[in-house]
Design a protein around this ligand. Structure first.
Ligand SMILES: [Zn+2]
Length: 257
């Protein structure tokens, strides 16, 4: 298997920290064909299971052959907490397996890679460099409505004693305000979030919403980085559900070393 074409994007503040290994993978460098071309990791995408499994192995290899934890993501607000003393770790490290049904995961374990798979939704990576705790969140519009981001910060505070003012946050490529049109927003999005609607159009700024959800919990604005890459506008580089309907999922991965 060839993986020279694999591109990985990163957040500057996380790159600077010597304890974090992370990456946002593009669709390049994998083995899937057609609409899934090529580094698709989404088991529910309709792609060939063998290709998906091979792509996941390519990502594991690129990340240094460490265990990766994939989630069965359901657009809910369940957050899995993986603690050092958990004894079921031998179960979670199979590349073809999604051990936990959850849309967020938090850990204080080193050497475990938390994976979120997306195509328009956001992966929001969190890191408390003081308490040495990381999280990865899947937040699409349903996640935004449920405020899974705020709930994850709360859980980091509750379970690990994190302080939100220490937390660094990164928002992956995702559907931008240019393309997040919600014609039926009155049915789908609660009224208190209509302030994120752009002018008189039905386009919403979920990037601003996520930043506000972080800041409402005390995360500092200067500690939040958003790549501000719209997946639909850049569907040649990233998978976009809105742009392509039949498409793959790209990988957003974070780990402490
Ligand atoms: Zn766009």
């Amino acid at each position: 298997m060839e993986n020279d074409d694999i591109n990985v994007y990163g957040f500057e503040h996380l790159k600077k920290d010597g304890h974090i290994v992370h990456g946002v993978f593009t669709r390049a460098g994998g083995t899937s064909r057609g609409a899934f071309d090529s580094l698709n990791i989404g088991m529910d995408s309709g792609d060939e299971p063998t290709a998906i499994s091979n792509n996941r192995k390519l990502i594991i290899r690129k990340m240094g052959m460490k265990p990766l934890v994939f989630l069965n993501q359901v657009h809910g607000d369940t957050i899995k907490v993986l603690k050092k003393d958990d004894n079921d770790l031998s179960q979670i490290f199979e590349p073809g397996k999604e051990t936990y049904t959850a849309d967020g995961i938090i850990t204080n374990m080193k050497g475990v890679f938390l994976v979120i798979q997306v195509a328009d939704c956001q992966s929001v990576m969190l890191y408390d460099p003081d308490k040495k705790v990381i999280a990865n969140i899947h937040s699409g519009w349903r996640g935004s409505v449920a405020n899974i981001i705020g709930k994850c910060v709360d859980k980091m505070v509750l379970e690990f004693g994190c302080r939100s003012e220490e937390i660094l946050a990164g928002i992956s490529p995702s559907l931008g305000p240019c393309c997040a049109e919600f014609i039926n927003y009155k049915d789908e999005i609660p009224e208190h979030l209509w302030q994120y609607k752009q002018n008189n159009k039905n386009f919403f700024d979920f990037w601003a919403m996520s930043q506000d959800q972080l800041m409402e919990k005390g995360v500092k604005k200067e500690n939040i980085q958003n790549m501000k890459i719209c997946t639909k506008c850049n569907s040649d580089v990233f998978y976009s559900y809105r742009g392509e309907k039949t498409t793959g999922r790209f990988a957003c991965v974070i780990s402490m070393v």
